[in-house]
Design a protein. Structure first.
Length: 212
C-alpha cells in the first residue's frame, strides 16, 4: 500500500507560527483573547482567523517584508521532502494559515508540493479570507485537513499526519500514524491518541523509515 504524508505548515514546516507572528506585530493585543476562545474550542478556526485578521491593517508588501524577516524553516525539511520523493511517499501540505505568506515562503524556499490553504484578499488595507478547501458539512475549520486525508485513503494510501496545533486534531484522530509536538502532542495525550513525538522533520524521517 502506498504511503502519504500530510503536514501542517505553521509551526511544523516553519519553526514558529507565522500567522501568530503577524498578529503579534500588526494586530492590537485583543487578538489573543480570540485565540484563547479558539484554544478552548469555543469557536472554530475559521471564525478565529476571520476575527483576528480583521484587526490587521497593513499592506501585503509590509506583511511580506515582515514575514521574510520573521519566518524560519525547519532546516531538515528539504532533506525530508527529498526522502519522500525517493521513497515514493506522497507529501502534501494542508494549512489553516493564509495563502499570501504560505505560497510566498514555499516559493522562496523552493518547495514545490501540493498545498491546500485559505485564500486571502486585500482591499483598502484590510484582509479578508475565503475558504476554498473547507468541508461543506462543517463550519469550524477553513481548510479541512481531514477531508484530504479521507480522499487519499480512498485513493488507496495509508496516511501519516505531522502537526503541532489545534487545527491538527481532526486529522490526527483519523491518521494511520501521527507525529505530534507542542499543543497537538498535549491534545493527543488528552484524547488518548497514539503519536510519535518529533522536533524536526529529521525525526519524522526516522519514524517513517520504520513504517512500511
Ligand atoms: Mg501549526
Amino acid at each position: 500500500m502506498r504511503r502519504a504524508v500530510l503536514t501542517d505548515f505553521d509551526g511544523t514546516i516553519t519553526r514558529s507560527d507565522v500567522a501568530e507572528q503577524i498578529l503579534d506585530e500588526f494586530a492590537p493585543n485583543g487578538w489573543w483573547d480570540i485565540e484563547a476562545l479558539h484554544r478552548q474550542r469555543k469557536i472554530g478556526t475559521r471564525d478565529s482567523l476571520a476575527r483576528q485578521f480583521a484587526l490587521v491593517h497593513a499592506s501585503p508588501e509590509d506583511l511580506l517584508a515582515f514575514v521574510d524577516r520573521a519566518a524560519e524553516i525547519d532546516e531538515t525539511f528539504h532533506g525530508f521532502a527529498a526522502f519522500c520523493a525517493s521513497e515514493d511517499v506522497r507529501l502534501e501540505i494542508v494549512s489553516e494559515g493564509l495563502d499570501f505568506y504560505v505560497r510566498h515562503l514555499l516559493a522562496k524556499w523552493r518547495i514545490d508540493l501540493p498545498v491546500r490553504t485559505n485564500r486571502t484578499t486585500f482591499e483598502g488595507g484590510r484582509v479578508s479570507i475565503a475558504y476554498p478547501w473547507s468541508d461543506p458539512t462543517c463550519t469550524l475549520c477553513g481548510t479541512c485537513k481531514l477531508r484530504r486525508l479521507f480522499e487519499l485513503r480512498v485513493e488507496g494510501f495509508r496516511v501519516a499526519y505531522v502537526g503541532d496545533g489545534h487545527s491538527d486534531l481532526c486529522p490526527a484522530i483519523e491518521a494511520d500514524l501521527v507525529f505530534a509536538k507542542a499543543e497537538l502532542a498535549d491534545l493527543c495525550r488528552e484524547e488518548d491518541i497514539a503519536f510519535m513525538p518529533f522536533e524536526r522533520f529529521s525525526d519524522v524521517q526516522r519514524g517513517l523509515s520504520a513504517w512500511r
